[in-house]
Design a protein. Sequence first.
Length: 234
Amino acid sequence: MIIKINKEPIFKLKQPLEIKKSLEEERKIKEVWDEFIKDNNSCFDGDIYVVTKVEKDNDKYILELGKTKFKDLIYAKVNKDYEIHSLFSGIILKTKDNYFLLIKNKQNIINTIGGMASNEDFINKTFSPKKCLFRELQEELYLSLDNKDDILNYELSYIRLSNDKKNYPYGIIYTGILNYTKEELLNHFNNNKNIIDDEIKELLFYTNDTYKELYNIPTKKDYLTEVIEDIKNN
């Protein structure tokens, strides 16, 4: 579920911050992680932040955050009844020649530029979705969110929530305009591959018409077409 917003949500930390799990849950999570890591030995079981409660005060959302481990997300992919809502920041960018930019990662999943909230995305103990996005853009595309040579403008546009899915990622989604054409961005990406994160397998570009191809691709994140439709119609 995508909700249009124009104010940054309020983020508050759960007390205690760490997500508590039963001994049986810990055992099952470790079992799944030990199996997963056999084929994914480059993955790190680091801290992640998850949304534990969502409230609304007039036109502003309030998100309570807790901290847990990456292996919990891996477990949630196996056990769909395990409730965990990871938090991410993402951005859908348009090139100067009007292409929507998406990415395909190493798992062949089509998504926005962005990533999960982590320890370094906090300012004075408050989560900053902009700081998270700034970091991800640097890592994934070697672009600076606040450099007009890279991005002409951007704005906070959407929040992604769910009322019923137990392991549904929640996200803060921005939109923006690149100071690159499609070809210029491809050149920039290829010229900087040695210093950027290798998580991105391919840059994908869609127009107002061709984005409809996404409906037929099962390995896309479900909110992409909804956001692009809204951008296109407004």
